[in-house]
Design a protein around this ligand. Sequence first.
Ligand code: ATP
Ligand code: MG
Length: 223
Amino acid sequence: MTLGVLGGTFDPIHNGHLAAGLRAQAALGLAQVLVVPSRIPPHRSTGASPQDRLAMASLAAAQQRGWTASDIELKREGLSYTFDTLTALRATLTQQFFFIIGADAFAEIATWSRYPAVLDLAHFAVVARPGITLDSLQKRLPDLAERMTTPDLFKPPTYAKASAGKQSSSVRPAIILIQAETPDLSSTTIRRRVRAGESISELVPASVASYISTHHLYVGTNL
Ligand code: ATP
Ligand code: MG
């Protein structure tokens, strides 16, 4: 049973997030996907509370086979660092797992806390995002280029041995680049559309659109 961990702010979760997770799930044969909304660093404001973002992630996850949302980052005090989350998951999981991330976020990986050690905690599954090509990542992150691979090259016996959950220290998790089409969509766009009174029904699951409306989220904010 292989697991993908989809991290993000999810303010709110939208069809682009779902597409990224589904593409990674298909490319890597993942049985489960865990959606992990972050708490927010003090310097970044959000439109919705952590509890509302988790609730929307849970509604979206409920409609996908094998998906669940996790409150692991909400329960932890202080800032949400992926390093801490992956470390905590490694302590509880016996199976290998993959951290699913969009190409725009991965492009900033060198600025992350505990870089490059964070890359040794799980396989990173990097999904293309409109506007950022996977080729550009190799140029931007030359130190990581030799660790980058593709789903078709990432296969047994490497696949079986490289257990990111409980791996031997000699096995280095991979960075798997997944070429995929996902909608050109961001949470920023959705927040703006809600504020402007425009429809988001094509951009988020119906249950999420309904939650936003019922809880009066994103109205009257500048986000
Ligand atoms: P915001 O506009 O608030 O930054 P966002 O749409 O970028 O929101 P995040 O919560 O920042 O959403 O992203 C969470 C993760 O999902 C990141 O790894 C990001 O790269 C990825 N992601 C978001 N939207 C897409 C998309 N349309 N295609 C592929 N990956 C995406
Ligand atoms: Mg973003």
